[in-house]
Design a protein around this ligand. Structure first.
Ligand SMILES: NC(=O)c1ccc[n+]([C@@H]2O[C@H](COP(=O)([O-])OP(=O)(O)OC[C@H]3O[C@@H](n4cnc5c(N)ncnc54)[C@H](OP(=O)(O)O)[C@@H]3O)[C@@H](O)[C@H]2O)c1
Length: 322
């Protein structure tokens, strides 16, 4: 196993507070804007870039190959492959293209992982991914088949660490136990939806999944797992009158949390989105926000937010509001 590479990735990931998501790069975010965003993120010290082999197939005119292609061209043109940490994902791409999704998701069979690794590598113009995620849970494929295929990539030095997205804490625990038993590379980065509000107990956001108390508890007890939270700003709904919160964020608890957030934002004169990012990054169990931005102003706001240290009394108020 290429231990040195894996250890270097682990070290660098551990020191990373913010991740740039690129889901709409090359579709709704034109390539020239995407490149400006990548340049600014890099100039300001951002290094972790998140993409997937299916971004953004659902956007108008999208095939799902745009994001990786835009990121790959930027990395090559700028000559920054060694400087950035590159994360991509496999498992969610509709197969065949255009088929009803999520039923058509390609899943996590070994053959899919091997093939899609090669295709993503071509688009990203690299021969290795620092983090390779399973994008969804695939109940139809034996966990062992998936984990063994990822492990082969780690042993070959083609992947630094393996991550999992959108799986429950019970499945994560089962996967990690199996990896320990077989000495396979374990899932050590976990990417789920996460923001200040939480989906109601009966909300079904499948195939997405949000960080919940059992997941936080498992990660705390287990140690050695990095948590990432996607859609941290809920499309801008915290601050924008033209954006609504999705229905899963209805309910009295979320209403009270929102009121607390907005009251604190006003009192401190700090944007509510910035408070949310600071709350995620600096908590007892830190969660790295995976940002979605389409303008330089949004990116700057987010990067300022991630470096803002919440006063302890503010964190306490945010933590306990419900
Ligand atoms: N693993 C998974 O299954 C999964 C799922 C979803 C996302 N992700 C990752 O997470 C990343 C972010 O996801 P997301 O796009 O859903 O994130 P989000 O935080 O929910 O939404 C981002 C959007 O919020 C708006 N926004 C951002 N900053 C703002 C600001 N300062 N003021 C006002 N509005 C602002 C922008 O909308 P406009 O562009 O319309 O202005 C931006 O595109 C993706 O790029 C992807 O890498 C992963």
């Amino acid at each position: 196993m290429s231990g040195t590479y894996t250890e270097a990735v682990r070290r660098r990931l551990g020191a990373t507070r913010l991740c740039l998501g690129t889901m709409y790069f090359g579709t709704t975010v034109p390539e020239d804007t995407a490149r400006l965003l990548l340049d600014r993120y890099f100039e300001r010290g951002g290094r972790l870039i998140d993409t997937a082999n299916c971004y953004a197939f659902w956007a108008e005119g999208g095939t799902g190959e745009e994001s990786e292609s835009v990121v790959g061209r930027w990395i090559e043109d700028r000559g920054v492959r060694e400087d950035v940490l590159l994360a991509t994902k496999v498992g969610s791409r509709p197969e065949p293209p255009g088929a009803p999704w999520p039923e058509s998701a390609e899943g996590l069979r070994a053959e899919v992982i091997r093939e899609q690794f090669a295709r993503s590598a071509e688009r990203l113009r690299t021969d290795r991914f620092d983090v390779y995620f399973s994008h969804i849970d695939d109940a139809d494929t034996e966990l062992g088949e998936t984990l063994k295929a990822f492990d082969a990539l780690v042993r070959a030095g083609s992947v630094g660490v393996v991550g999992a997205s959108n799986l429950t804490s019970a499945r994560l625990a089962a996967a990690r136990d199996l990896s320990v038993k077989h000495e396979w590379a374990p899932y050590e980065v976990v990417q789920l939806r996460h923001t200040y509000l939480t989906p109601g107990p009966d909300a079904d956001i499948a195939p997405q999944l949000a960080i919940d108390a059992p997941m936080t508890g498992y990660v705390r007890e287990e140690g050695g797992i990095l948590l990432q939270g996607y859609s941290p700003l809920l499309g801008g709904a915290y601050t924008r009158a033209d954006r609504e919160f999705a229905p899963e964020y209805a309910g009295a608890d979320n209403a009270r949390r929102l009121e607390t957030l907005r009251t604190l934002s006003e009192a401190l004169g700090v944007d509510a989105g910035r408070l949310v990012l600071a709350w995620m990054v600096g908590g007892e169990q830190p969660v790295t926000p995976v940002l979605g931005v389409s303008t330089l102003a949004q990116l700057d706001e987010a990067m300022d937010g991630a470096t803002y240290d919440l006063p302890p009394s503010v964190r306490e108020e945010l933590d306990t509001a419900r």
